[in-house]
Design a protein. Structure first.
Length: 332
């Protein structure tokens, strides 16, 4: 695995901005920067912020910044900051700038040595920060640590859980190859050193979706990742139809292809070649899931189109039969 100095932003040629390097004594900076991007999250934002405040870190240990991307109610975030007795501050954009630019405003402003991005509708479980810090202390070479996380619905009920790549916490070997094939990390479950953002840049503003996948893959080429087996984060699966609508409009497929192309533009050739078949199978699975979304929406021509693309991508008779069988079970 290459080191962070080998994959500087100049090497990738991406249109992303590196966060400014902070000078001075590290001891004068907080260990933690918790950045909470939000837009019209309502009561879920309060739950997210309180999950962090309940960890009871001092201002000297942790800064908490809400990144408000022009929510309809300007007071939504500011009221929480006012109630926090100075523990939370707000950066508000007067117009919608999009996820990546909103993230970047927090990365540029942050002063902590460890950066945690927590979406305004997600949350952390008790002990999240202590558990992650323990991993960084145990593996000082790590540039990022991520943990197992729950999937929760809008009511906070657990509806699933991410997988475990390791039976016990430790360094992940060959993790770039894994991330090249498919997304493995939900944003609230990962913490990255600020130095990584200073060296390889932030999120790619061309990607309104899959921007997290591209970010983690790019970082994995530069620094070692550690997996923490403790399940300390929760990713909320919205009951809304934003994702479904992006599939039905064809936008999600285009963005998936864009993300894959961006990653290919700087991925080492030997890695891409060795994982080409696995990635093709993963893409086929994504296309098949999108086809099921189309079928549920009654868009049968789109279902045919996406199923056909999935079959061509998979290039496997057994997988084709399975896809068709699953699709017909939904249809019937």
């Amino acid at each position: 695995m290459s080191r962070i100095s080998d994959i500087g932003i100049e090497a990738t040629g991406l249109p992303v901005r590196c966060s400014p390097r902070l000078r001075g004594d590290d001891r004068s900076r907080p260990l933690w920067s918790v950045l909470i991007p939000t837009r019209n999250c309502g009561e879920l934002l309060r739950i997210a912020v309180n999950s962090v405040l309940n960890e009871d870190y001092s201002l000297e240990q942790m800064e908490i910044i809400i990144l408000d991307d022009c929510s309809d109610d300007p007071g939504e975030a500011q009221d929480l900051a006012d109630q926090s007795k100075g523990r939370v501050r707000v950066i508000r954009h007067n117009q919608n700038v999009g996820k990546s630019a909103n993230y970047q405003s927090g990365l540029d402003t942050s002063r902590g040595r460890l950066i945690h991005l927590l979406h305004g509708d997600d949350l952390v479980r008790p002990g999240f920060y202590a558990s992650m810090q323990k991993c960084f202390d145990e593996f000082p070479e790590a540039g990022a640590v991520y943990c197992e996380s729950d999937y929760i619905n809008e009511q906070g009920e657990i509806i699933g859980r991410t997988g475990r790549p390791l039976k016990s916490s430790g360094l992940l070997k060959g993790f770039s190859a894994t991330l090249y094939v498919e997304q493995q990390i939900q944003t609230p479950s990962i913490v990255m050193r600020r130095g990584v953002y200073e060296q390889i840049g932030g999120f790619d503003h061309r990607l309104p979706a899959f921007e997290d996948w591209e970010m983690w893959f790019r970082a994995s080429l530069a620094v070692p990742f550690v997996f923490n087996t403790e399940c300390r984060a929760a990713y909320r699966v919205s009951g809304g139809n934003t994702s479904s609508q992006s599939v039905l409009s064809g936008r999600r497929v285009r963005l998936l292809n864009l993300a894959l192309g961006i990653m290919d533009s700087y991925c080492p050739a030997e890695l891409a070649q060795s994982q080409s078949s696995a990635r093709r199978r993963s893409c086929a699975e994504n296309l098949f899931r999108y086809s099921i979304t189309a079928l549920h929406a009654g868009r049968r021509w789109l279902w045919v189109k996406l199923t056909f693309r999935s079959i061509l991508t998979a290039f496997s008779l057994r997988r084709t039969v399975r896809h068709l069988r699953n699709s017909l079970s939904v249809w019937c």
